[in-house]
Design a protein around this ligand. Structure first.
Ligand code: KMH
Ligand code: ZN
Length: 270
């Protein structure tokens, strides 16, 4: 089995300091948190930027500062979000791709997202894919619903993205696909044999789905974007605590953890 890639989703667009007092917000805080997660065993950091008021922003400049803060502290893979927040325009959302990061997320469909709608029209999905291909940015395909797998496969057929694909199943978002073990198993039936995948279980789904991924040969995403708790009713102290727990479980289950350079090889990042 390949070594385990752990992604730390440090901040997200929706969580606030009122909900999670230790949420990293400024570029420096995000840089420091990325190093803690790297030290704990993460090989990718998934990044959402915030402005000086703590509000989600897709500003090129802010992502640039965060990238510098992350990259001066370790060689962890910097993976900005092109999902942003539900109110961001497609043009805003695409800005961090201009930094030519090694990876970025690519959501391949529209979904209910709590009481909002996370909108991804075919036209915009293709626009994002074309730009990523042009700039040699590896897409992590964010799948919130089953149909998004097929939309990604259609992008391959059209020559807009290249395999082997890398999927992230985001399961348990209110309004989207639930996060039961059956939901994950169902998704896995439809991805190409040479694809890699990770799972981001939302809230209480984080730990059971992560454990499944470790056993099944997938990869794991944890962090405040997806889950702010360590256990029922107990806040996590840092993103790194959530990463460290996954490392411990992986060790118990006999799965080694990948370094960033090993993750680059597994994901075919060139
Ligand atoms: N914040 C969500 C609306 C991504 O990062 O690519 C979208 C999201 C997906 O988080
Ligand atoms: Zn995200």
């Amino acid at each position: 089995m390949e070594k385990l890639i752990i992604t730390a989703a440090l901040t997200g667009a929706e969580v606030t300091r009122e909900i999670q007092p230790n949420l990293p917000i400024t570029p420096e805080e995000i840089g420091i948190e990325s190093k803690k997660c790297f030290d704990a065993g993460a090989s990718i950091v998934h990044i959402h930027a915030r402005d000086e008021n703590g509000e989600p922003t897709q500003s090129y400049e802010v992502y640039k500062r965060i990238k510098e803060e992350v990259e001066k502290r370790s060689n962890v893979i910097f993976q900005p979000s092109t999902g942003g927040a539900v109110h961001h325009s497609p043009e805003e959302r695409l800005q961090p791709v201009d930094l030519k990061p090694e990876m970025a997320t690519l959501s391949t469909g529209t979904t209910n997202f709590g009481s909002d709608v996370f909108m991804n029209t075919e036209e915009n999905i293709e626009k994002f894919a074309i730009k990523m291909k042009e700039l040699n940015v590896k897409p992590e395909i964010e799948v919130f619903e089953r149909g998004m797998i097929n939309n990604a496969l259609r992008l391959v057929k059209k020559g807009l993205i290249d395999g082997p694909l890398h999927f992230d199943f985001v399961l348990g978002v209110p309004g989207a696909c639930p996060g039961t073990p059956e939901d994950l198993m169902h998704m896995l039936r439809f991805i190409p044999n040479d694809a890699t995948w990770t799972v981001a279980g939302i809230g209480r789904h984080e730990l059971p789905l992560a454990t499944m991924a470790i056993i099944l040969g997938g990869h794991v995403r944890v962090g405040f974007e997806d889950n702010v708790y360590y256990s029922k009713g107990k806040m996590a102290e840092s993103n790194a605590d959530l990463v460290a727990r996954i490392v411990r479980i992986a060790k118990e289950l006999g799965r080694e953890v990948a370094t960033p350079d090993e993750a680059r090889k597994i994901l075919n990042i060139k």
